[in-house]
Design a protein around this ligand. Structure first.
Ligand code: SAM
Length: 224
């Protein structure tokens, strides 16, 4: 990351990371990345002073930047190593992509709203993160760059999308919230063999819906 505005909100960022530690996040690489990435540059100007509170915030298009605790849990579960090829479904603000890039991953990200993708890629590029992004339906993954060491889905699906499992390498991880529209479980899926998955679950998460072919149908949300 370029040395960009790092002094600003440094104390708030440290306090946020301390809170994440107290809430049980142990992976020092995740905590280090979250202490470095300036979350305030990924939220609209009006919310800048809330950027280091542990809450989701609106980013436009009726979408949100995820709560820092959720970002930390999901990134920890993804077990990212430098050089890993990671697909993120749901670019949103670009913050999660920045955390992955800061950890040394090669990041591909897909977003259904062009407006959000454009803004996110601008912010990432200003900060010096080399992230590849596209507009599209990420519920069917991004086959062009598959297979991936890890796939992180930052919106909730009704069931595990088969395309995403197919685009994982053997020993790859898929981290995805699964459930109804009210509450979901975070599924941490490891592809042990071609047709063998190890699935662990964490309770009590709430995400915006994954809308697409292997997510929720678009008609349902047309007026949102
Ligand atoms: N990762 C984001 C960040 O760091 O700001 C948070 C993303 S927000 C919780 C979920 C995002 O998923 C929204 O921007 C939404 O538009 C997007 N989304 C929903 N369904 C999608 C789909 N099928 N393909 C791509 N993006 C999708």
């Amino acid at each position: 990351m370029k040395n960009f505005n790092l002094g600003k909100f440094e104390d708030e960022r440290k306090a946020m990371v301390e809170l994440l530690r107290r809430r049980g996040i142990k992976d020092e690489n995740v905590l280090r990345a979250m202490e470095k990435v300036p979350r305030h540059l990924f939220v609209p100007e009006a919310f800048i002073h809330y950027a280091y509170e542990d809450s989701a915030l609106p980013i436009g298009c009726s979408q949100t930047i995820s709560q820092p605790y959720t970002v930390a849990v999901m990134t920890e579960a993804l077990e990212v190593k430098p050089g890993d090829k990671i697909l993120e479904v749901g670019t949103g603000s670009g913050y999660q992509a920045a955390i992955l890039a800061e950890m040394g991953a090669q990041v591909f990200t897909i977003e259904r709203f062009e407006e959000l993708l454009k803004k996110a890629l601008e912010t990432l590029s200003k900060l010096g993160y080399n992230v590849v992004g596209t507009v599209g339906d990420g519920s069917i993954g991004w086959s062009e760059f598959a297979p991936y060491d890890g796939i992180i889905v930052t919106a909730a699906a009704p069931k595990i999308p088969k395309s995403l499992v197919n685009q994982l390498k053997i020993n790859g991880r898929l981290v995805i919230p699964i459930g109804d529209l009210e509450v979901q479980e975070l599924y941490i899926i490891k592809k042990i063999e071609e047709h063998k998955l190890d699935i662990k679950k964490k309770f009590g998460f709430k995400f915006v819906p994954l809308i697409g072919k292997e997510g929720w149908s678009e008609e349902r949300f047309r007026n949102n």
